[in-house]
Ligand binder design. Structure first.
Ligand code: AMP
Length: 388
């Protein structure tokens, strides 16, 4: 009888450099994963539905395939030693088809829970993790009843395929219920009570094959137009608040039985309560500063976790801030990168995308400095100097 996997995977033995790591999705998160994995001596193959993707220049191979083509995906899986993903909106069935051939980390059950807000909220409630009060809504009638229960203001979100504030509508008064349902429905949605938060933070954490966890310092996240604008760490919040967020993130990974890296986004209320907003089962935009500021980056941690290697130290070595570079920065032509790089402690990360559409994440800048305030000031100045 033949074993389903080559000997490399048996008995939880680590997958060592020289092996081939697969990543589903071809975007910048996959590209930065590939950079980390290549540096460590792995081969990397991306699976993307477009050929011209940020992964292409960093991977050994890009398989261009529809994420619904289970047979082709299973065939590709035969050339891999382990598979991860950088994009969670892939069909769970596709991940299951690949899992029949190769270890998929995090597993398809994690995708199933986290790619749907209703299931994710049910998971949080079932395990006692604090989150906004909410109701699952499937019709306009449901929405009216849910608004009466949850109260105003509140926010209606599609259960599936939402990101960066897409598929969301805030409801301030009862006469907005109809227009909100028209804008966001008629699909399954979650209605959430509006949180009058003090700030938003996120915690990137890794969990190894042996169940150990390594948790990065929480970052404080400022958004513009629902898209992450600046992330900075340390957050400056009291120790009990950061400890609570870090502890919740680690327990969430354990309860999900997740092997890999995930990010838990939180609201911190004015009274210091930490509420889970959402879970991304992959490295996260707010964790990009770990590349320049931490002993181990979130992407190296992803490689270590999925390969069954010991996790690296998540220790942050310097205060840091990251500013996203959206397509808007190209409005007056190519930004002046030399001006940005003239600011002390600043590094540039460009994702190699050719079409700088407004709102599209094209790259980011990170600044490290003696204090987090200085890092935020420097990264903001660097971005401004680039576009002026
Ligand atoms: P999400 O896609 O759920 O992360 O939401 C995008 C952004 O909308 C969040 O980062 C918040 O700034 C805001 N937001 C979402 N849900 C709520 C809520 N229940 N209360 C207050 N602000 C929210």
């Amino acid at each position: 009888m033949t074993t389903p996997f080559p000997a490399l995977h048996e008995h939880g033995r680590p997958i060592l450099p020289g092996a081939t790591l697969g990543v589903m999705g071809g975007g910048q998160l996959g590209a930065m994963f590939a950079v980390a994995a290549k540096r460590m001596g792995y081969r990397v193959e991306a699976i993307s539905d477009v050929a011209d993707c940020p992964c292409a220049v960093h991977c050994d191979r890009v398989h261009v395939v529809r994420y619904t083509d289970r047979e082709r995906l299973a065939e590709i899986a035969r050339s891999l030693d382990v598979l991860t993903f950088e994009f969670e909106n892939i069909p769970v069935e596709a991940a299951r088809a690949m899992e029949a051939v190769v270890p998929v980390r995090p597993g398809p059950q994690v995708l199933h829970t986290t790619q749907d807000r209703a299931r994710e909220k049910a998971f949080l409630v079932a395990h006692g993790f604090a989150c906004a009060s909410h109701r699952v809504v499937r019709s306009r009638g449901d929405l009216e009843a849910a608004v009466a229960e949850v109260g105003l203001p509140c926010v209606l979100k599609t259960a599936a395929f939402g990101y960066d504030g897409k598929g969301q509508r805030k409801i301030i008064s009862a006469d907005e219920i109809g227009s909100a349902w028209e804008a966001v429905g008629p699909v399954e949605c979650v209605l959430e009570g509006w949180i009058d938060f003090d700030c938003e933070i996120s915690v990137v954490a890794a969990r190894g094959l042996d169940g150990t966890t390594a948790v990065f310092e929480p970052s404080r996240n400022a958004h513009a137009n629902h898209i992450l604008d600046v992330a900075s760490a340390p957050s400056g919040l009291p120790d009990d608040v950061t400890a609570s967020a870090r502890g919740m993130a680690a327990r969430i990974l354990e309860k999900l039985d997740l092997v890999g890296v995930a990010c838990v986004e939180f609201f911190v209320t004015r009274s210091g309560q930490v509420l889970v907003n959402e879970i991304a089962p992959r490295p996260h935009n707010s964790g990009h500063l770990t590349i320049n500021a931490c002993a181990t980056s979130q992407f190296e941690q992803q490689v270590r976790a999925i390969c069954g290697l010991p996790l690296g130290s998540p220790q942050q070595l310097a205060p840091a801030a990251m500013a996203n570079l959206l397509g808007d920065c190209w409005q007056r032509g190519e930004p002046d990168w030399a001006a940005a790089l003239g600011v002390p402690g600043v590094s540039l990360h460009l994702y190699g995308k050719s079409d700088p559409r407004p709102g599209r994440k094209m790259g980011h800048l990170t600044a490290i400095a003696a204090t987090v305030d200085e890092a935020i000031a420097n990264v903001t100045v660097a971005r401004q100097q680039a576009v002026d």
